[in-house]
Write a protein that binds this ligand. Sequence first.
Ligand code: TIU
Length: 225
Amino acid sequence: MVTVDAEPGPLAIDLATTALVIIDMQRDFLEPGGFGESLGNDVSLLAAAVPPARALLAAARRAGLLVVHTREGHRPDLSDAPAAKIARGTPSARIGAPGPMGRILIRGEPGHDIVADLAPAPGEPVVDKPGKGAFYATDLAEILAARSVATLLVCGVTTEVCVHTTVREANDRGYRCLVVSDACGSYIPAFHAAGLAMIVAQGSIFGWVSDSHRVVAAIAAGRTA
Ligand code: TIU
């Protein structure tokens, strides 16, 4: 067991049943020309999350934690993309439209890839998800159950959309979720801050929040204990 300094209070976790879940650190969200920009966002705002996520990923790998990567995207024929989702955004740059990184938010296209700095290592599950939450229409629950995972360290983009939805889904499924603040990012800084505050309000209503320095220190302490 290790204790992570967190808000709203310290969280004791068993590293043997803890997984790192990295949400949607894809070129489509982090680089110009993808889905994030097509929705009118300044994608450079997400860059700050990459180095902390990289430090967290390295610490998790050193400690032998299960690492799961997720990607938001759709089948090339768009058969899993609701019309109501496709209809949003600039018509010339909607889901499935051609862009500088291939068709926007489509599996197999360059923009759908995880950014190079956080590329999955062999053996690390990559979960492709059609929605905002990582449990909806995926096998994430089965992957976690196979390793008896009870606690999730969650980071990625964006804080108030896919990270939040995933943490809400996980909380309802009985997982304890620790969100790593500086390894998350949003196009709307006020929503990043509010999203984190919502998680820990009311005595940790659906999770805990810490930062990469404190989480990496705790993981390292557990490794040598
Ligand atoms: N637009 C936005 O903030 N996010 C998404 O559409 N997907 C994720 O958060 N991954």
